[in-house]
Design a binder for this molecule. Structure first.
Ligand SMILES: Cc1cc2nc3c(=O)[nH]c(=O)nc-3n(C[C@H](O)[C@H](O)[C@H](O)COP(=O)(O)OP(=O)(O)OC[C@H]3O[C@@H](n4cnc5c(N)ncnc54)[C@H](O)[C@@H]3O)c2cc1C
Length: 507
């Protein structure tokens, strides 16, 4: 017999199984057999506590997590996949489950080679490889990401399926129970390598250094792809999951006659505080109470009908250069599994739409590129324009800058100059609002770095709701964040699995 009960646990007892057992006994009035934690969340509305949902078993063992089986697909039908990010890799895993051979083409390198390019990028402030960087290469933008794994897009599928596959490939089982699961940029590469091993040992293929430079559609049907401008391959089913950083790929698609659409997105800055300050604001004490993780926050506001919100908040993390082309500067954030670095950073972005940048297919993309290029041109390198938060809000140039985590370095610059006035105005008003919501947030010791421009895609590759194929290209399955159908690791992975399912119905 199994019974589910809810428990409230003081943080200092969260890892104390005797304490939890005692609480179960008090609640059920029976000596528990096995106890399994099903869900774990932090309630910090008052004095922070953990809320647990536990299953209490009498006379039976808890069920173990059931991992899916993969078939050997060395012979038989195949489906091509463009991009080895979360969408592409999870499409491949789903195809393996269904007995179909995934053949992945990824413009970047395998993780170990990619790590070397990232090291060179961080230290040189300039040496950017347009095929191998924080966004491109094995695992896509998900590899050196923060690895936060939540989504509100549950309509896209069952998040548990993705979390379970991640655990099957070496991620901590905590992600199956935490309300805000997190893997960390140090642990993600191992998980991605393990996924590669599954794909290859079951007969699938991953081709690195293989950029799709042309997609040929004839009579509204996928016909072929070209790799690296030289190798032509016949192709009738292609899951197209190239992410939203590959501007050249969007342009290539349009040149090949594949219809695209513009879409709203968001631009803004990264704000960074000391983690201690965020802990004391959120938990009311610093150092943080025993048993609680480094604190995070979620903030939202609006100004003149424009939404402004925090995005990809990284407690105990660092800001990184996420540029993918020479001559552009883009920032993002990540954190290791322990979230034990001294800083807390988050994107604070304002939504922008066709009303701001125009209705042309690439007007949003051009708007993004202009900001990124101007930010790069401030120093002609990946050194980031920065200001003290209070100076950004009051419109003053910072004479000195607080220390921050961004390895290539920062330079004092009036960040307002990088954005249209309506974006700056919305950001400033929202920072004032956030300062009221979180006392101490609007601090002169906080740094603002710019720009954060890649929270979501500025372009959509349309697809049919039923077949998931492009309306003008049978066999082409626009997929993941770059196609405009997901945002983040979990929803991109779910979309990959959904496209794999649709491809199975097609081939
Ligand atoms: C630093 C950082 C931190 C992040 N942190 C988080 C987080 O904590 N949680 C979260 O949910 N999300 C996070 N994200 C966002 C998340 O990584 C993306 O939403 C997700 O990776 C999108 O998945 P995708 O597969 O659609 O695209 P991508 O991950 O962008 O993968 C696309 C792949 O396609 C390849 N490609 C591009 N063009 C071509 C071509 N023409 N031919 C062949 N291959 C091509 C690219 O090299 C890339 O590997 C973070 C992103 C970054 C950069």
């Amino acid at each position: 017999m199994m019974k589910e009960i809810d428990l409230t646990i003081p943080p200092e007892h969260i890892n104390d199984s005797c304490y939890i057992k005692k609480l179960v006994l008090e609640k059920t009035k029976k000596e528990p057999g096995h106890i399994k934690i099903l869900k774990r969340s932090i309630d910090a509305r008052h004095k922070p506590v953990y809320r647990l949902k536990v299953a209490v078993y009498a006379g039976q063992e808890p069920e173990k997590e059931k991992f899916p089986a993969f078939k050997n697909v060395s012979v038989g039908k195949n489906v091509f996949i463009a991009g080895a990010g979360p969408a592409g890799l999870f499409a491949a895993l789903r195809l393996l489950q269904m007995g179909i051979k995934p053949v992945i083409f990824e413009r970047g390198k395998d993780i170990d080679s990619r790590k070397k390019d990232i090291k060179a990028l961080d230290s040189s402030k300039k040496l950017l490889n347009p095929d191998s960087n924080y966004c491109f290469g094995e695992g896509g933008a998900g590899t050196f990401s923060d690895g936060k794994l939540y989504t509100r897009a549950v309509k896209r599928g069952k998040p548990h399926q993705v979390l379970s596959l991640l655990v099957q490939h070496g991620a901590t089982p905590d992600i199956l129970i935490d309300s805000r699961p997190h893997i960390g940029s140090d642990a993600l590469p191992g998980v991605i390598k393990s996924i590669r091993k599954t794909i290859i040992t079951h007969g699938g293929q991953i081709n690195f250094n293989s950029r799709i430079t042309s997609v040929t559609v004839k009579e509204d049907k996928m016909v072929s792809i070209t790799l690296n401008e030289e190798e032509l391959l016949p192709c009738t089913a292609l899951i197209f999951a190239t992410g939203h950083s590959s501007a050249g790929t969007y342009r290539m698609l349009q040149e090949q006659g594949v219809e695209l659409e513009t879409k709203p997105f968001a631009v803004g800055v990264r704000v960074e505080h000391s983690q201690q300050l965020i802990n004391s604001i959120q938990y009311g004490s610093s150092p943080r109470p025993e048993g609680l993780p480094p604190a995070s926050y979620v903030l939202k506001s609006s100004f003149g009908g424009r939404g402004v919100y925090s995005f990809c908040m990284c407690p105990g993390g660092m800001i990184i250069p996420a540029s993918t082309d020479k001559g552009e500067l883009v920032l993002n954030g990540m954190s290791p599994s322990g979230r034990d670095l001294p800083f807390a950073n988050s994107a604070i972005v304002a939504s922008v739409s066709e009303k701001d940048f125009g209705t042309g297919v690439f007007d949003g993309l051009k708007f993004r590129e202009k900001i990124e290029r101007e930010a790069f041109n401030v120093t002609g390198s990946l050194i980031a324009p920065a200001q003290r938060l209070t100076d950004f809000v009051s419109g003053e140039i910072s004479k000195t800058l607080p220390s921050c985590s961004y390895v290539p370095g920062v330079t004092s610059f009036p960040i307002a100059k990088l954005f249209p006035h309506y974006v700056t105005e919305a950001l400033i008003k929202s920072f004032e609002d956030f300062g009221k919501k979180m006392k101490g947030f609007l601090s002169s010791e906080a740094a603002v770095l710019a720009p954060e421009t890649r929270t979501s895609s500025p372009v959509r590759i349309p697809r049919s709701r039923t077949t998931l194929m492009h309306p003008g290209a049978e066999g082409l399955f626009p997929c993941g964040e770059g196609a405009g159908f997901s945002g983040g690791i979990l929803s991109s992975a779910l979309d990959g699995m959904k496209c794999a399912q649709a491809a199975q119905n097609f081939i």
